[in-house]
Design a protein around this ligand. Structure first.
Ligand code: ADP
Length: 265
């Protein structure tokens, strides 16, 4: 606990007196600490691809001058690094937008069944290229929940993409929407969307920290897969804006499940 102490003289008739105030500033200090950590992380994440690009430019100007094959290879790597920076800046902007409007409740109505179908459709090519099958289990009847369609789509994309990215060839990703019947919906007022994969799983001690910005289980693997380390932080803020909950369960060697519970109205 950190206190800010201030002393003020109190005018009295007889004895000299003073008022000593102790103000608990722990939360301010923690916020400042987090901000500094964040800036340091962002600088590091941007500098890594930038350093690689600068190194390859020097190689192209010098040793690789007369080597067209090498030039092509280096340009390919430079493009990949530039794309990584672009993804990072995009995710940073998105995170700051999501954080900025976290207190504003969404006002649109969204059909979650249609949203899941179109999102999974949009990721079909990625899944095919990774040789991962994505299946959906959805209720028959159409209904709506209150939400921000673009943001909910982003949550689905981030979770399904992670399932595809980290599970690898031959794995399965299943998307299940558990919606109560019409009567129950009126009573319990919440739906659950589960995204599970048959990938490598995550050790238990990582689970509570997964939604922190830039937290990665395996730094090298995440970078290799083009991850920015911000996907689940964005997911957490969007779900919180919808007054929902995110639950992560995982078993090593069996797979990982992300379940979000979203209020209907
Ligand atoms: P990244 O951009 O690195 O994927 P995320 O915030 O989306 O960042 O995820 C944080 C970390 O959680 C990842 O780096 C990865 O180590 C781990 N992770 C996320 N989803 C899965 C999954 N479905 N299976 C295994 N590990 C996962």
């Amino acid at each position: 606990v950190t206190y800010k102490v201030s002393v003020r003289p109190v005018p009295t008739d007889r004895h000299p007196a003073a008022l000593v105030c102790f103000e608990d500033v722990t939360h301010l200090e923690q916020a400042e600490h987090m901000r500094r950590d964040f800036v340091a992380n962002v600088s590091h994440e941007l500098r890594t691809p930038l350093t690689a690009i600068m190194g390859f430019i020097e190689t192209l100007q010098g040793p690789a001058r007369g080597d067209p094959k090498g030039q092509e290879r280096f340009l390919g790597i430079m493009l990949k690094e530039a794309q990584r920076m672009n993804r990072l800046v995009g995710d940073l902007l998105q995170l700051s937008r999501v954080e900025a409007n976290e207190r504003m409740r969404p006002t649109e109505w969204v059909d979650p069944v249609a949203l899941i179908k179109s999102t999974v459709g949009g990721l079909a090519q990625l899944a095919e290229a990774a040789q991962v099958s994505v299946t959906c289990t959805l209720p028959e009847d159409a209904f709506q929940i209150k939400g921000d369609e673009d943001q909910l789509r982003q949550v689905l994309v981030n979770l399904i993409e992670n399932g595809i990215k980290y599970s690898g060839q031959g794995a399965q990703v299943s998307v299940t929407l558990l919606a109560p019947s019409y009567e129950d919906r009126l009573r319990c007022q919440a739906i659950t969307i589960r995204i599970c994969d048959t990938g490598p799983g995550i050790e238990q001690h990582h689970l509570p920290r997964l939604t922190e910005r830039f937290y990665r289980v395996d730094n090298h693997r995440s970078r290799e897969k083009g991850g920015t380390g911000l996907g689940l932080a964005i997911v957490k803020h969007i779900i919180s804006r919808h007054r929902g909950r995110l639950q992560i369960t995982s078993q090593l060697g069996k797979g990982t499940c992300f379940a979000m519970v979203l209020p209907v109205g």
